[in-house]
Structures are given as structure tokens and as C-alpha cells.
Design a protein around this ligand. Structure first.
Ligand SMILES: C[S@@+](CC[C@H](N)C(=O)[O-])C[C@H]1O[C@@H](n2cnc3c(N)ncnc32)[C@H](O)[C@@H]1O
Length: 270
């Protein structure tokens, strides 16, 4: 059996198992596979400790060259991990091959592996029944970059959906990402974002805050509004009704990050 045949067989086995696990318990955070679509998703997943049993490409040399330019820390790992397959084989396994020509499967963490710390030193983002997979991914990417404690979502959408992972560029592995019920949120002061609230510029967000955002169509649910300790508004010109969900999260996390911290020099990371 060639390396290509062995890799394809392993891919099919893993993908089938992931489908079975997702079908049974995916919405409850089952430990199925996670498709990493493209170089950046694979790079981030590896950097943040994902277990990646398999990565396929139609051009090993090109991917290793890209790694040399963008992720020299991973060149040796990728050299060992990448299996070259024919373009035809790759197209048979993934319907739309990423422009970087690489695709991988990561093992989804067991529930709780990267859980948000009980004693938080950075806010936890709560998305209240978000609907748009691209928005959720963008928020996970923001949370990872800002060093937030994690992203919890309520509602029926799985925050580990492949399109969410694609939009987060694989940064699910850099923070805690979980789905939960509104009444199962961790404890802590809840700051719910709403245009009718108090101007965010007049307050400081505590490090252990839960910062909650409503759904794209309907805003905050009555449950979250009820539970909120503070309603907080992002400044907007009159006649504009709201910002996009991911943009609102970015502004709020930046407000937290930009607050002066004794001993931290400007320009250092979170
Ligand atoms: C696209 S908006 C929701 C718009 C929705 N049609 C509504 O009625 O609220 C998604 C979420 O972003 C946050 N958001 C957007 N603009 C905001 C603002 N100016 N101030 C505070 N939160 C805002 C809120 O949490 C809101 O629920």
C-alpha cells in the first residue's frame, strides 16, 4: 500500500467516525474530528496543541515553503506530518480545496479539556443564540487574539461546526469554546451589550466579567437580559441601529484590553 493509499484510508476512517460521533452527540461537544481547511487553520491548531493525526496536500514542497515564510516554528512538524496525494484524490476527499492546497483532521477535544478557568483573569464572551457561522468563527478568533477566557454560545448552533472552525482560522484550540444553556453559564458579573445601555466609555469591565451579545436578528434574549447585572452600549451615531455582532465583540474586548493596567507597557500583548 502506498503512503497515499494509507493516508486516504485513514482519512476516510476518521471522517466516518467523526460523522458518527457528531451525529450522536456533536451538539453536546462529542470528541469527533475537526476539519482544518487550509494552512492557517492547521498552523494555529498545531501551535495551540491540537492533536493532528493527518494532514494532506497536493504539493508538499509548496506547503513547506509557505511554512518557512509564515511559520518557521512548524516546518519540522509539518515535514513529518504532511502526506502528498494527487490533486484528484484531494478533490475526492474535500469538495473545495483551500487555495493553500492543504487540509487536515484534528481530534476534537474531549468536553472540558480547554474549559474556561473558574477564577477568570480575562472576560468570557457569551453569544446568546448566534445564527451566523462566520460571525461565531470571527468572535472565536477575536477571543483567542485578545486572550479572553473563552466563547460560550447558547442556542442550537454547534460552535464547532466546520464552517465556524474555518472562520476562526483554527483558533478554537487557543481558547475555551463551548455550547451551554443560558441558565448554565459560569458565575460572574454579567455585562450584556445593548444599544439602550450605559455608554461603555463610562465604565471599566472587570477581568472576571461575562460579556454577553445578542443574536444577529433578535438581539438579547429575555433570559440574558433578566440575568444581566449591567446593560452596556457601544457609542453610535444617531440613525444607525446596531453594529455587526463580531464587530461589537471586537469593540468591547478592545475596551477591556485598552484599559490601563499598572505595570504593563503600551504595545505588549494581552
Ligand atoms: C447585530 S446586533 C442585533 C441587532 C438586533 N436587530 C437587535 O434588535 O438588537 C447583535 C448584537 O450586537 C450587540 N450590539 C450591536 N450594536 C451595539 C451597540 N451599539 N451597543 C451595544 N451592543 C451592540 C448587541 O449585543 C446585539 O444584540
Amino acid at each position: 500500500m502506498t503512503d497515499e493509499d494509507a493516508a486516504v484510508r485513514l482519512w476516510r476512517e476518521r471522517a466516518e467516525r467523526a460523522e458518527r460521533v457528531e451525529g450522536r452527540e456533536g451538539r453536546e461537544g462529542g470528541a469527533g474530528g475537526v476539519l482544518l481547511d487550509g494552512f492557517h487553520a492547521l498552523k494555529h491548531a498545531l501551535r495551540f496543541g491540537a492533536r493532528v493525526p493527518l494532514a494532506l496536500t497536493e504539493d508538499r514542497t509548496a506547503v513547506l515553503r509557505l511554512a518557512g515564510e509564515l511559520a518557521p516554528d512548524l516546518t519540522a512538524t509539518l515535514d513529518e506530518l504532511l502526506t502528498q496525494v494527487s490533486p484528484r484524490t484531494l478533490r475526492a476527499l474535500v469538495p473545495r480545496v483551500h487555495p493553500t492546497g492543504v487540509v487536515a483532521l484534528a481530534e476534537r477535544d474531549d468536553p472540558g479539556t480547554r474549559s474556561a478557568p473558574a477564577a477568570r483573569t480575562a472576560p468570557l464572551v457569551v453569544l446568546d443564540n448566534p445564527r451566523h457561522l462566520g460571525n461565531i468563527g470571527a468572535v472565536i478568533r477575536l477571543a483567542a487574539g485578545a486572550g479572553a477566557s473563552g466563547v460560550f454560545t447558547t442556542g442550537s448552533v454547534d460552535p464547532w461546526h466546520p464552517n465556524v472552525v474555518r472562520a476562526s482560522a483554527g483558533l478554537h484550540f487557543a481558547t475555551a469554546v463551548e455550547r451551554c444553556e443560558a441558565d448554565g453559564l459560569p458565575s460572574g458579573p454579567l455585562y450584556a451589550l445593548d444599544p439602550e445601555g450605559q455608554d461603555i466609555r463610562s465604565l471599566a469591565l472587570p477581568d472576571d466579567a461575562l460579556i454577553a451579545f445578542g443574536s444577529e436578528r433578535h438581539g438579547l434574549s429575555p433570559e440574558l437580559r433578566e440575568r444581566a447585572d449591567h446593560l452596556v452600549a457601544l457609542p453610535m451615531r444617531p440613525l444607525v441601529s446596531s453594529y455587526n455582532l463580531a464587530t461589537s465583540v471586537a469593540m468591547t474586548l478592545y475596551h477591556w484590553m485598552a484599559a490601563p493596567v499598572p505595570g504593563r507597557s503600551p504595545g505588549t500583548g494581552p
